[in-house]
Design a protein around this ligand. Sequence first.
Ligand code: 4AD
Ligand code: MG
Length: 464
Amino acid sequence: THTPVVDVLVGKHAVGETVTVKGWVRTRRDSKAGLSFIALHDGSCFDPVQVIALNSLQNYSDIQKLTAGCSLSVTGQVKASMGQGQALEIEAQSIEIVGWVENPDTYPMAAKRHSIEYLREFAHLRPRTNVIGAVTRVRNCLSQAIHRFFHERGYLWISTPILTASDTEGAGEMFRVSTLDMMNLPRNDKGEVDYSEDFFGKETYLTVSGQLNVETYCAAMSKVYTFGPTFRAENSNTSRHLAEFWMIEPEVAFADLSDVATLAEDMLKYVCKAVLEERADDMAFFAERVKKDVITRLEALVNSDFVRMDYTDAIEILKASGKQFEFPVEWGVDLSSEHERYLAEEHVGAPIIMQNYPKDIKAFYMRINDDGKTVAAMDILAPGIGEIIGGSQREERLDVFDQRLEEMGLSKEDYSWYRDLRRYGTVPHAGFGLGFERLVAYVTGMQNVRDVIPFPRTPGNASF
Ligand code: 4AD
Ligand code: MG
């Protein structure tokens, strides 16, 4: 066994104790005094550990050839550091070179500052950089905190399917899954593709959301959530859209829109607090290198109440702003990202819970309000990124639901199981979906969701 670098740096081992650490070289620097300083990282914390290699080491001539990326096993004594930048270091008794970098000139992650676009071309090596290492730890911290938050409140984690026949959001942005021979598709007399010969006997897709499935468990287990990958074939090449992203979707029985708005606010505060407490090292790096106010912004989020605003009022605010928006504002339009960002960044300066949208721009399952023209929907808009959460109270009244299906030209048969939940012991219920990558981008200040997921899938890009 060996010791994680973090344990050495936080002082879990007494000065004078012998430890073994294993990891990758970030930098090597030789001093004139006949010794080398090696910065060794292993992913366990932001800082690498400084290893002192004296020229009395039997393989010192090899050590002087070490370059960024070489892998090592170092055994040595924990020492109080005389240098600046670290309290503790390791004076090596032996250094085993586990893996050389075969030609340092070809190593893409050489120790210098690379552009984030450049790093995207090396999805397999970029986790070795400071920035992607920090993102990876914060992302992990956030997912653990999300599970902890729901677990502490009695929510059950439900695994919903990835393969599905239903289009939850009704936006037609689904990836089709098929075992049919594309070059020789079976067709019926009308010339349509005959999916009865397909693997599942009908048209099947990658899920866009686990919501409809998790609603069925909500109607029995009361408080549930999903946390899994979702897929959208929307051809938007933006800094906040991915074709494959992770979503957290809680669903609560005997709850209304205001209840889940509060749940969403509590959850965001809980997980942001966890990051501030558990990943101070990585956050300090983001504040220094990526976005200056990223920590103060999180602290403000944790310590203040979110602003709740009605869609109708937001439209008035946008109109009164005197701004020239690319998309004109009038009641009934969907808010574009420039609208969302104006409201969250310039008007309020903090996350907004935007509520009660026109029904015509929202999904079929949302509960119609008494005014007949809006639905009990909410989006949470965060400064710098816009919508990070979308949610609603669900239509639990069978007659109203059926009317909405008809209005939208959807068939009762396709939603028969979903209608059953309204036929047998229906209850008011509500939920939301948090786009996980948008949350990670918000928390770290990273500009693009492609850099907060290990292997981003975007139009034209699914390598690795
Ligand atoms: O607003 P959306 O489409 O809502 C739903 O899917 C509901 N079924 C959720 C629910 O009520 N259970 O998506 C929810 C969130 C968005 O607010 C956004 O943060 C994220 O998912 N999202 C994306 N993130 C990255 N790339 C994309 N292409 C995304 N599309 C949505
Ligand atoms: Mg949405």
